[in-house]
Write a protein that binds this ligand. Structure first.
Ligand SMILES: *Cc1c(COP(=O)(O)O)cnc(C)c1O
Length: 428
């Protein structure tokens, strides 16, 4: 009998009701050659599927669960809050507390608007940047993901001044022609876009540390250069910190790098596992948002007390002393262990790691942009992933995603993971 029998049965049913059987494509395990698992529960560093198999979890809901699953303080706070009702569509104390908390923590954020997802945050920030500058075009980087809003579903344009083509049917070219693409870490190509369209570019949107093509670090000078370009040409610099916010440091990548954007997008961790996103930045810009200003943006469930409570409880734990040092130490242990294994193995690898984010690519290239990330051997990745899963390690089921290290991960978990990796690398 298959160890995934119940998951397989549920997936068959899901395929009848839901396109592809999943409510977000990356869950589908398409790149790793098997059906996705249905997860029954999670506690600390572990999740258990409906067949009763237990896994050490390196997905952590794709980033929000930096404290691990079912953190007692988060669960207690949600329980307490939910007793008072779930949503009112009117101001509540918890949304104010969460907002004030973030304003205090994130250097660029003077004013903030809560939304329900990262997608809403980036979409709204771009609308605002366009309104603020009176310009239409935006610059994004190939391999950066900013949610699924129309104008952002564009990856690589060929040539410096080429307008983007949509990645998805259903997205009008007339819209994505305003999305200009440069390779990540390529300041020269970005500069050329500004030289080609001076006075037309409303915003640069960037993941200050890219984590949606696997983990790719900004090279020294890249973010500083973007800051200078945006200032010189009167464009708005938007950091999409949906993953990096409250992960790379308490104040996100901007605090870690010292490069301060005009607007910042948040999501994932600030909802503690419930649906919360946010965008914020300079007061001067944020005051243009309705009802203060004319830029319309709204949400029925935005800032609802239960989601705000989950986020606030999570951020309060993260505010405790030594938390980021602890995350750093855990990830150091994992990184050093993997590097030891790689030294003993012949094969093509590139391990990228920053803070509590990590990706192992199966290539000899130094991965610093989408093109080099794409050189990873997908067949090797599949073998690696399948072997890990069979040994109770739930690694992200895509080469182009980060592994997320949580505070719940123990040294024993890490050592077990390294043992499993030793075997898995033989299948890569
Ligand atoms: C996940 C993600 C988003 C989209 O957030 P959703 O909540 O999935 O809409 C946007 N930007 C980045 C960098 C992300 O990682």
């Amino acid at each position: 009998m298959s160890r995934y029998k119940v998951s397989d049965e549920l997936f068959e049913k899901a395929l009848q009701a839901i396109p592809g059987g999943v409510n977000s494509p990356v869950r589908a395990f398409k790149n790793v050659g098997k059906n996705p698992l249905f997860i029954k529960n999670g506690s600390g560093s572990r999740i258990t599927d409906v067949d009763g198999n237990e896994y050490i979890d390196y997905v952590c809901s794709w980033g929000p669960l930096i404290l691990g699953h079912s953190h007692p303080e988060v669960i207690t706070e949600i329980r307490r809050e939910i007793e008072n009702g779930i949503s009112f569509g009117a101001p509540c104390l918890k949304e104010l507390e969460l907002s004030e908390f973030i304003v205090k923590a994130v250097p660029s954020i003077e004013n903030i608007r809560l939304v329900n997802s990262g997608t809403e945050a980036t979409m709204s920030a771009l609308r605002l940047a366009r309104a603020f500058t009176g310009r239409d075009k935006i610059v994004k980087f190939s391999g950066c993901y900013h949610g699924h809003a129309d104008g952002l579903l564009v990856k690589a344009g060929s040539g410096v001044a080429t307008a983007g083509l949509p990645d998805s049917p259903g997205v009008p070219k007339s819209y994505t022609k305003h999305t200009l693409i440069a390779p990540y870490n390529n300041l020269k190509a970005t500069t050329e876009l500004f030289e080609h369209y001076p006075g037309s570019i409303a915003a640069i949107i960037v993941e200050p540390v890219a984590a949606n093509m696997g983990v790719v670090k900004p090279e020294p000078g890249f973010l500083e250069g973007l800051r200078q370009l945006a200032t010189a040409y009167g464009a708005v610099l938007i950091f999409d910190e949906v993953i990096t916010g409250f992960r790379l440091s308490f104040g996100g990548a901007q605090q870690a790098t010292g490069v301060i954007p005009d607007l910042t997008c948040l999501g994932k961790i600030i909802g503690g596992g419930l649906s919360v996103g946010a965008y914020g930045g300079k007061k001067e810009i944020m005051q243009m948002v309705a009802p203060q200003g004319a830029v319309y943006q709204a949400g029925t469930l935005s800032g609802n007390p239960v989601a705000a409570t989950a986020g606030l409880a999570t951020l309060k734990v993260l505010a405790q002393k030594g938390i980021y040092e602890e995350l750093q130490q855990k990830t150091d242990r994992l990184e050093e262990g993997i590097n030891n294994l790689l030294r003993q193995t012949s094969g093509e690898f590139c391990l990228n790691r920053i803070g509590s984010l990590l990706t192992l690519f199966f290539t000899l290239k130094k991965v610093n942009d989408f093109e080099s990330a794409s050189s990873s051997n997908m067949h090797s990745f599949m073998g690696f992933h399948q072997s890990l899963l069979g040994q109770g390690i739930y690694w992200p089921p895509s080469q182009f995603e980060a592994a997320f290290i949580s505070l719940a991960l123990t040294n024993e978990d890490i050592d077990k993971t390294l043992k499993a990796m030793e075997k898995a690398l033989a299948f890569a």
